[in-house]
Design a protein. Structure first.
Length: 474
C-alpha cells in the first residue's frame, strides 16, 4: 500500500501537526490502496504563514518570469503522466488509458490555456480619466474534488501563479496521490518555497480551516452545491472572495428534426465519459414525445455497447464510480426512478454480469421520466441517461431550465436552429452537438451551479484584483 503521509509546506515535505491516518479505498477492488494523513488547522496555519511570506516576493515577479515558471511546470508534468494516470486509476477508478489521455491531458490543457491568456494579458487599461490595473489577490485557498482531480487543481493553480498569488491546496481525500505528485512536479520545476503548499485533509477539518482563515484572501472551491454553501458560510466572517464551481443537472435538448445518427453519439457520450462523474454530464435528455421510442432505442444500443471493467486494464472501457457512498446513491436513484414509474430501457441496479466486486454501475437508460421525479432533479454522477419527452420546443426549453442548477446545457440538432435556442437556456455554457465546452471557454454556471469562471482569460481575471487609479499625470 502506497504511503503519502506528509504535507508539502514552504518547499519541504513535513509531518502533520496532529493529523490522523486515512486509508484510500480502491473502487475497483474495495481494498485499501494508499494512505495519507488528514491534516489539521495547525497545518493550515503553517501553510498560510509560508504563503504570506512568499507572497511579498512572488507578487513582484514579471509576466516573463511567471511564463517561464509555468513552462517548466508543464515539462515536469509531462514526465510524470504515467504516474499520475496510475494513481487516478487506483484511487478514483478512471481507466488508466482514459486517465492518461483525458485526465492528465486536461491538466496540461489548463496550464496551456492560462499561459496563452497571460502572454497577451493587459495589466493596465485606460477607462476615461481612470487607469484600471489588475493586481494579485494575495493568498488563495483551493479545495478540489475527486472526479477530474488534475483538471480542477490546474484550473486553480495555473491562474493563481499567472496572477502572482501564493496558495494552499486541499485536494479530495478520495483521490489524494495525484496532488502529492503534482506537488513534486512543482518542486522539480523550481516553484519558490511557500508559493505552492499542499495540505491533505477532509472538508470539515482542513476545508473549513482554509475557508475561514483570516490570512487567506480568496477561497476557490469545486464540489457539490451543499459543500459550496458550507464553504461560503465559513468564509463570510472574513469577507474573502469566494469562487465556486458547483453542481449541475445539465439538459441535452434534442431538437425536433435532429438526425440521431449524426448528433446523438457526441452528446450521449457525455453521460458515459468518466463513468458519468462530470458536473456537466448532460443526463437529462429532452426529446420530442413522438420520437422518444426512437431515441430510447438509440441510447439502449449505445449504452449496451459500452464495456465496463477493471480501471487498471488498458482500453477504452468505463470504470467504477469513486466509492461506496456514490455507488449506493446512484443505485438508490435508479430504484427511485423505477418506483416512480419511469421505463427502464436498459441497465438497472445490478452490477455488470462479470463483476462481483467493486463499485461498478451498469450503463442505464430510462424513458418516460417526468420533471417531478427524483432522478430528474438530483445530480446522478453516474452513467445513467434519463429521457424526458416534450410536446413542443417551448416546453422543451422550459423543462431544460426547470432546475436549480445552471452549469451547462447541450443542444442536439441543426446548428443554425440550435443558435436560436442557445440564448434561451439558463446555463453558463451551451454546447451544440458535443457535450463539453471548447478549449478556452470560461467554465462556470448560473444559479446554484456557482459563481466565477475558470479557464483562459476569464479564469485569469478571476484570480486578480482590480484597482482604479485616478489623477495620474498625462
Amino acid at each position: 500500500m502506497r504511503e503519502r503521509l506528509q504535507n508539502y509546506i514552504d518547499g519541504k515535505w513535513v509531518d502533520s501537526q496532529g493529523g490522523t491516518r486515512h486509508e484510500v479505498i480502491s473502487p475497483g477492488t474495495e481494498e485499501a490502496v494508499s494512505v495519507i494523513t488528514l491534516g489539521t488547522k495547525a497545518d493550515v496555519d503553517t501553510a498560510v504563514a509560508a504563503a504570506r511570506r512568499a507572497y511579498k516576493t512572488f507578487k513582484k515577479t514579471t509576466r516573463e518570469e511567471r511564463l517561464a515558471l509555468m513552462g517548466r511546470i508543464v515539462e515536469e508534468y509531462k514526465k510524470r503522466s504515467k504516474d499520475l494516470a496510475q494513481s487516478m486509476a487506483e484511487e478514483m477508478g478512471a481507466p488508466v488509458s482514459f486517465a492518461e489521455m483525458a485526465q492528465v491531458g486536461a491538466g496540461i490543457g489548463a496550464f496551456m490555456g492560462t499561459m496563452e491568456a497571460l502572454k497577451n494579458f493587459t495589466f493596465s487599461e485606460q477607462h476615461g480619466a481612470n487607469t484600471v490595473v489588475y493586481e494579485p489577490i494575495g493568498v488563495v485557498g483551493m479545495i478540489t474534488p475527486w472526479n477530474w482531480p488534475l483538471n480542477q487543481i490546474a484550473l486553480k493553480v495555473a491562474p493563481a501563479l499567472a496572477g502572482g498569488n501564493t496558495m494552499i491546496l486541499k485536494p479530495s481525500e478520495e483521490c489524494p496521490t495525484n496532488a502529492a505528485i503534482f506537488a513534486e512536479i512543482l518542486d522539480a520545476a523550481g516553484v519558490p518555497p511557500g508559493v505552492f503548499n499542499l495540505v491533505q485533509g477532509d472538508g470539515p477539518g482542513v476545508g473549513t480551516a482554509i475557508s475561514s482563515h483570516p490570512g487567506i484572501d480568496m477561497v476557490s472551491f469545486t464540489g457539490s452545491t451543499r459543500a459550496g454553501i458550507a464553504v461560503a458560510i465559513a468564509a463570510a466572517p472574513t469577507v474573502k472572495r469566494v469562487h465556486q464551481e458547483l453542481g449541475g443537472k445539465s439538459p441535452n435538448l434534442v431538437l425536433p428534426d435532429a438526425d440521431f445518427n449524426t448528433v446523438l453519439p457526441g452528446t450521449l457520450q457525455g453521460i458515459l465519459v468518466n463513468t458519468g462523474q462530470s458536473c456537466i454530464a448532460p443526463t437529462r435528455v429532452l426529446v420530442p414525445r413522438e420520437r422518444q421510442a426512437e431515441a430510447a432505442a438509440f441510447a439502449k444500443a449505445m449504452f449496451e455497447a459500452t464495456p465496463v471493467g477493471d480501471p487498471l486494464a488498458e482500453g477504452m472501457h468505463i470504470g467504477p464510480v469513486v466509492n461506496k457512498v456514490q455507488f449506493d446513491k446512484i443505485q438508490e436513484l435508479i430504484q427511485s426512478a423505477i418506483d416512480e414509474g419511469a421505463t427502464l430501457v436498459t441497465g438497472g441496479t445490478d452490477r455488470p454480469a462479470d463483476l462481483n466486486r467493486g463499485y461498478f454501475i451498469k450503463p442505464t437508460v430510462f424513458a418516460d421520466v417526468t420533471p417531478d421525479m427524483r432522478i430528474a432533479k438530483e445530480e446522478t454522477f453516474g452513467p445513467v441517461a434519463t429521457l424526458m419527452p416534450y410536446d413542443s420546443l417551448d416546453q422543451g426549453i422550459e423543462i431544460a431550465n426547470d432546475t436549480s442548477y445552471g452549469l451547462s446545457a447541450v443542444i442536439s440538432g441543426d446548428p443554425a436552429e440550435a443558435a436560436k435556442v442557445a440564448p434561451l437556456l439558463e446555463a453558463g455554457m451551451v454546447a451544440i452537438n458535443t457535450w463539453g465546452p471548447a478549449p478556452g471557454a470560461p467554465f462556470g454556471g448560473y444559479k446554484q451551479s456557482g459563481n466565477g469562471r475558470e479557464g483562459g482569460l476569464f479564469g485569469l481575471k478571476d484570480f486578480m484584483e482590480i484597482k482604479a487609479i485616478s489623477g495620474l499625470p498625462a
